[in-house]
Design a protein around this ligand. Structure first.
Ligand code: FAD
Length: 507
């Protein structure tokens, strides 16, 4: 039985003509209200255009958040439908994390080899762009998600290809299918590149992250707008393959959310080793097409011409097409679905939002974490997402890398914490000497002096990403520094940086 609204042009109430075939079989009419040129019929019956299926849970979006959530729900015994208009694996697998790291890795390795005498590379050793693009394609499975399907099938998760949208409480339409959820609907529809209101942007071919991670050829030149993690990583990646890159960032530092020294180290490396023209403190005012591709006018009076322009200034959640009105849900001013710490939307017992779409922390690992939190609640085991409040662990995979968790010194001070920064050179441990010459970088702990615990950590320098987890554990578990003195790192690992930091703290 399906409850449906019908708009019937020419419907004759007096004659009782219910000739709605082939659309429906009407079992009974609940209400019939006149409209300007038709009647609105509220009827109960069968809509023969659609097939209707019922599941315990419906998950919208098969990115990292949606996939993990669907898997957990199915493993817990629920019948699950997952809906995806694009590729199973989402943005991360095909257009974001994975291809960007595949493009960055070769230059990373070449840089490391150059720092270690005896490895047969020299100043003239060059990367092979075509081989790197081929490897990137291999990493993203050439945009083919069929390898993901057995994982869904093994768990009995039913896949619907198409964009889902709400059709009332616990009901989702996808193409000709109407699905209903006995227990929950989980929105995990992710985000896409935000396009800022820049004069002329609509009139040029502007790249987003999808274009910049899947391009089949190396552009001759590129303007990158935005010096956050995405803009910085992709500037380095394409510059290492031979593109002449101009990176335009409105703020004074790259990686504005990190310690200022970290963004400055990345800017220096981009300029010095990768030949990127980094312009901080410059806004992009307008763009227009040119013979070469595009000309951009900057706020400081200069202009730049390039074959391509990549926009990397943030993300817009995929909520506009969800018909949220039909369930009385509003988004925040940026389109994100607001959630409580149990990841419920509007405190509801049937609607959850996880991953980028809720705007809490736009990282793959947070999508997966939130999938766990939501599922715990769905299964009646209370859990709260607290990790976002601590300050997400995050890595910018440039060379130097910037790995950070918790608060920066400035953030801690703004929050009224009696904070002290402990800084040591990242290459200051015996283990780092094998890493090669001039790896550089700064490792900083931000210590809450009142409690003697760490509230933030940043590690810049070569290959620092895996330093991060120890700091995350220390922050989440609120381990006093006095106790950390007994967490001894093996000699000669680079983790002895912790010893250097603690010695500096003790003075
Ligand atoms: C260039 C780049 C590099 C990045 N690198 C990293 C990194 O190194 N580490 C990291 O942690 N994060 C990284 N990120 C962020 C990461 O990609 C996202 O945080 C992550 O993909 C979010 O996962 P998600 O499941 O919430 O959403 P998504 O991965 O965006 O998946 C959402 C899915 O929902 C689908 N969908 C959309 N609308 C509908 C609808 N109406 N119905 C059904 N399905 C729908 C989409 O097609 C998509 O497949 C990077 C981002 C970019 C842009």
């Amino acid at each position: 039985m399906v409850r449906t609204y019908w708009f019937v042009p020419g419907f004759n109430e007096a004659s009782g003509n219910l000739d709605l075939q082939p659309f429906a079989r009407i079992d009974h009419v609940e209400a019939c209200r006149p409209r300007a040129c038709c009647f609105e019929l509220y009827a109960v019956g069968h809509d023969e255009r659609v097939s209707e299926k019922t599941y315990d849970a419906i998950v919208l979006g098969a990115g990292p958040a949606g996939e993990v959530c669907a898997g957990r729900l199915a493993d817990g015994g629920m019948s699950v439908a997952i809906i995806e208009p694009d590729l199973i694996g989402g943005e991360c697998s095909y257009y974001a994390c994975m291809p960007s790291k595949a493009l960055l890795r070769p230059a990373d390795l070449l840089g490391e080899a150059r720092r270690v005498p005896g490895v047969p590379v020299d100043a003239d050793s060059a990367l092979d762009p075509q081989a790197i693009l081929d490897r990137r394609d291999e990493v993203i499975h050439n945009g083919d998600d069929s390898a993901q399907l057995p994982w869904l099938e093994e768990r009995g998760i039913e896949l619907f290809r198409g964009a889902g949208r709400f059709d009332g409480e616990r009901r989702i339409r996808v193409g000709d299918d109407l699905l209903s959820a006995d227990k929950v609907v989980v929105v995990a529809t992710g985000s896409g590149a935000a396009m800022p209101p820049i004069d002329g942007l609509d009139g040029v071919r502007a790249w987003n992250n999808r274009d910049a991670t899947t391009a089949k050829q190396v552009p001759e030149s590129m303007i990158v707008l935005g010096g956050g993690p995405v803009g910085s990583e992709l500037s380095q990646a394409w510059a290492s393959l031979g593109t002449k890159v101009t990176l335009v960032e409105g703020g004074e530092h790259l990686l504005a959310r990190e310690e200022p020294f970290a963004g400055d180290e990345v800017a220096a490396a981009l300029r010095g080793r990768f030949g990127v023209d980094v312009r901080t403190g410059a806004e992009l005012e307008s763009v227009r097409p040119s013979d070469a591709g595009v000309i951009a006018e900057l706020s400081n009076g200069g202009s730049v011409e390039a074959a391509e322009i990549l926009i990397a200034v943030g993300r817009t959640p995929h909520t506009a097409e969800l018909d949220l009105d039909s369930v009385g849900v509003e988004t925040d001013q940026h389109g994100f679905l607001e959630t409580d710490d149990r990841l419920r939307v509007g405190g509801s017992d049937w609607l959850y939002a996880i991953g980028d779409v809720n705007g809490r922390a736009l990282f793959t690992h947070f999508g997966k974490y939130q999938a766990w939190v939501a599922c715990e609640n769905i299964f009646g085991r209370s859990a709260e997402a607290i990790a976002e409040g601590i300050g997400p662990p995050r890595v910018t995979f440039t060379d130097p890398q910037v790995a950070a968790v918790g608060k920066t010194l400035a953030q801690a001070e703004e929050e009224g914490i009696d904070a002290r920064a402990i800084d040591v050179p990242t290459d200051g441990s015996p283990g780092a000497s094998f890493q090669g010459k001039d790896t550089g970088g700064v490792s900083r702990l931000v210590v809450d002096q009142a409690s003697g615990t760490i509230v933030g950590a940043t590690f810049s320098g070569y290959d620092t990403a895996d330093f991060l987890h120890a700091a995350t554990i220390a922050i989440v578990a609120e381990v006093p520094l006095a106790k950390l003195r007994h967490a001894i790192a093996a000699y000669p690992t680079r983790s002895e940086i912790w010893l250097k930091l603690l010695e500096k703290y003790e003075g």
